[in-house]
Design a protein around this ligand. Structure first.
Ligand code: ARG
Length: 573
C-alpha cells in the first residue's frame, strides 16, 4: 500500500538475505530528517549475521546503493554507523500518497482483506441484573471499535450481545424486590428503583449473610419455572434490556443479535452429549466436569458442565452459545471482548472443546481488557461502588458545553457538538490504551482539547476542515503536489501513508489502540505543519493549492480513523 516502503523492505531483504518480515519490523523513522526518511538499524542483526552492526550496515548499504538509486523511489542510500538510511524521492512519494488518498476517499486504509470471511464479535454483554455502569464501557467501546475496523476491511461482521440474564445476581434482585420493593414505585420508574434495591441488597448482604439464602431460594424457584419468579425475572430482563439499548443509542452502538445467556441453559443435554460421547465427562462430587491438562506442570481447573443440582453452568452455556454461533455463521474468527478476569473461563471453554475434537475452536480468541478505575474526580456519581455510565457521559457533555461556550460561543449547533465531543472524550479515553492495561479515568483529563484525548483529535479534524472552508475553493486534484517536499510536509505524508498498515495491524492484533496512537501522532505532526506553514497565506497559488491537498488528506484520514474508533467527527467546534 506504501510501495515506496515495500520496495525498501524487499530490496533490503534481498541484499541482506533476510526475511521480509524481519526487515519490515526493523525499519524505523530516523529521529533527524537530515539522515533520511526511513532507516534500517542493524543492531539486532549482529547476532544472526555474526558481524558487527557497523559492518552489516556498510555491506547492506554498498549493495543497495546502486540498485535503489537507479530506481525512481529512493533518491539516496546513506550509511551512518550502524544505520542504513534511505532518502525517498520525495516529490513522487508525496504525489503518490496524496493521489491514493484522494482516489480512495473514505475507503483509504482498507485493502478489503476480510472479503468473504465472517467474524463474530461478542461484546458489551452486560449483566442485566446490575446497573449499566462505567465498567461496561470498556467492552462496549473496544468491541464496537473492533467491529468497525473489521467491517471497514470487508469482513462480514456479526456483533452479538450475549447479555447476562441468568444466575446469582437475579436471585439478589428477586429477593431485594420482594423484601423491600414498592411495586408501584418500581413500575413507575423501573431502572433507578431497581438500582436502589440492588445496591441495598449487596450492601446489607455483607452484614447479614442470611440474605444469601433469600436470594438462593428464589433462584431455585426460578430454575424450576415457578410462575411468580419467571414473571418478575422477565420484567427485570426486559427493563434491563431497554435501559442497555437506550445507552447504546447514546453511544451510537448497535448489535446484529441480542441473545441472553439463559437461552443456552436449555441446551445443557446437547453439551453434555458432546463430551459424554467422547468419554470426556466425569462425575466429581455430584457435578459433571471435563478434566483439562495445563502446559508443563501448571494445572488447569476442570471445566464444569453441570452443577450438582443438575443445572447448567457459565461454561456449558458458553459452549452451547459457541456451537450455536458456529452453526449459524460458520465464522472464520470469533472474538470475545471480555475483561481479563475471565481469562481462565475462556481457556477452559476452548480447551474442553479442543479435547472434544472441535477443530474450529482454534479460530476463537478471548480479547481481554484491564480494569478501569477513577481518580481526581468528585464522585457524586458513585452509588455504593457503582459509577453509572450515563452520569459520566452527562457530566462530560456538560463540561464540554462550558468549554465550547468559552472558546467558541458563536458555534451554531453547539448542543450536538457538545454531545459528540463529550461522549467522544469518554470513549477515546477507554480505547487509547493497550487493551490489557488497567486504566485510571479522570473526567477532567479526558476533556482537554490538548494532549492525548479524543477532543484533541476532533478539534484537530475541525481545524483542518476550517482551513478548507476558508480556502473556499474546491480541492484541485490536478495540482503538482511534488512541491511539498519539506521535512514537515514529508513527515505528515509519511504518517498518512502508514494508515493502511496500522488498520491492518489493529485488526490482526485485535488492538484498536494502535489506531488511537496513530491518530495522535498524525494530529501532532499535522498541527506542527500548520503552525509553521501558513497554508492559505502567500501568493504562489500553485503552492497554496498543493498544500490544500495535504490539508484535505489530513482531514480525510483523521475522519476515517476516528470513525473506526466509534467517535463522531464534527466539522466545526
Ligand atoms: N455477562 C458477562 C459479564 O458481565 C459477560 C459475558 C461475556 N460473554 C460470554 N460469552 N461469556 O461478566
Amino acid at each position: 500500500m506504501n510501495p515506496f516502503l515495500d520496495t525498501i523492505v524487499s530490496s533490503t531483504a534481498q541484499a541482506a538475505e533476510l526475511d521480509e518480515g524481519v526487515v519490515r519490523e526493523l525499519i524505523a523513522i530516523p529521529p533527524d530528517d537530515k539522515l533520511g526518511d526511513y532507516a534500517l538499524p542493524c543492531f539486532t542483526l549482529a547476532k544472526q549475521l555474526h558481524k558487527s552492526p557497523v559492518e552489516i550496515a556498510a555491506e547492506i548499504g554498498e549493495r543497495l546503493q546502486p540498485v535503489m538509486e537507479a530506481g525512481d523511489q529512493v533518491a539516496e542510500v546513506v550509511v551512518t554507523g550502524p544505520y542504513v538510511n534511505f532518502r525517498l524521492h520525495r516529490p513522487s512519494f508525496v504525489q503518490h500518497t496524496l493521489d491514493v488518498i484522494a482516489e480512495r476517499g473514505d475507503r483509504y486504509g482498507s485493502r478489503g482483506q476480510g472479503e468473504g470471511k465472517t467474524v463474530v464479535i461478542d461484546f458489551s454483554s452486560p449483566n442485566l441484573a446490575k446497573p449499566f455502569s462505567i465498567a461496561h464501557l470498556r467492552s462496549t467501546a473496544i468491541g464496537h471499535a473492533i467491529y468497525r475496523i473489521h467491517d471497514f476491511l470487508d469482513w462480514k461482521c456479526v456483533g452479538i450481545n450475549h447479555y447476562g440474564d441468568y444466575g446469582a445476581n437475579f436471585g439478589q434482585l428477586l429477593a431485594a424486590y420482594q423484601l423491600w420493593g414498592d411495586p408501584e414505585k418500581v413500575k413507575a420508574n423501573p431502572v433507578p428503583e431497581l438500582l436502589k434495591l440492588y445496591v441495598r441488597f449487596t450492601e446489607e448482604e455483607r452484614e447479614n449473610p442470611e440474605l444469601r439464602e433469600e436470594a438462593r431460594s428464589r433462584l431455585r424457584r426460578l430454575a424450576n419455572a415457578d410462575a411468580e419468579m419467571v414473571e418478575l425475572w422477565q420484567f427485570f430482563v426486559s427493563e434491563g434490556r431497554k435501559e442497555a439499548e437506550r445507552i447504546y443509542g447514546i453511544l451510537g452502538v448497535s448489535f446484529d443479535e441480542y441473545r441472553g445467556e439463559s437461552e443456552f441453559a436449555d441446551d445443557l443435554d446437547k453439551v453434555v452429549d458432546l463430551f459424554e460421547s467422547k468419554g470426556l465427562a466425569e462425575e466429581s462430587e455430584g457435578a459433571l466436569i471435563v478434566r483439562l491438562e495445563g502446559d508443563d506442570d501448571e494445572e488447569v481447573a476442570p471445566c464444569m458442565l453441570r452443577t450438582s443440582n443438575r443445572t447448567s453452568t457459565y461454561h456449558s452455556r458458553d459452549i452451547a452459545a459457541l456451537l450455536y454461533r458456529h452453526k449459524s455463521y460458520n465464522f472464520g474468527k470469533m472474538i470475545y471482548v471480555v475483561d481479563a478476569r475471565q481469562e481462565l473461563h475462556f481457556r477452559q471453554v476452548f480447551q474442553a472443546m479442543e479435547k472434544a475434537g472441535v477443530d474450529w475452536v482454534d479460530n476463537c480468541v478471548h480479547a481481554p481488557f484491564g480494569l478501569m478505575s477513577f481518580k481526581g474526580q468528585a464522585m457524586s456519581t458513585r452509588r455504593g461502588t457503582i459509577v453509572i455510565l450515563e452520569e459520566v457521559l452527562d457530566q462530560a457533555i456538560e463540561l464540554t458545553r462550558e468549554i465550547i461556550a468559552e472558546k467558541n460561543p458563536e458555534l451554531v449547533n453547539s448542543d450536538q457538538v457538545a454531545k459528540q465531543v463529550g461522549i467522544g472524550a469518554v470513549v477515546f479515553a477507554d480505547i487509547n490504551n493497550r487493551r490489557t492495561r488497567d486504566i485510571s479515568f479522570s473526567l477532567e483529563e479526558v476533556l482537554t482539547f490538548e494532549g492525548e484525548t479524543g477532543p484533541y483529535l476532533q478539534y484537530t479534524h475541525a481545524r483542518f476542515c476550517s482551513i478548507l472552508r476558508r480556502h473556499g475553493k474546491p480541492v484541485d486534484l490536478g495540482v503538482d503536489v511534488g512541491r511539498l517536499d519539506s521535512d514537515k510536509e514529508m513527515r505528515v505524508a509519511r504518517q498518512l501513508a502508514a494508515f493502511p498498515d496500522v488498520v491492518a495491524a489493529a485488526a490482526d492484533e485485535i488492538e484498536p489502540s494502535q489506531i488511537a496512537s496513530f491518530l495522535l501522532e498524525l494530529a501532532t505532526l499535522a498541527n506542527r505543519f500548520y503552525n509553521e506553514v501558513p497554508v492559505l497565506a502567500g501568493d504562489d497559488e500553485g503552492l497554496v493549492a498543493a498544500r490544500i491537498r495535504l490539508v484535505d488528506a489530513i482531514r480525510s484520514v483523521l475522519r476515517s480513523g476516528l470513525d473506526l474508533l466509534g467517535l463522531q467527527v464534527p466539522e466545526e467546534m
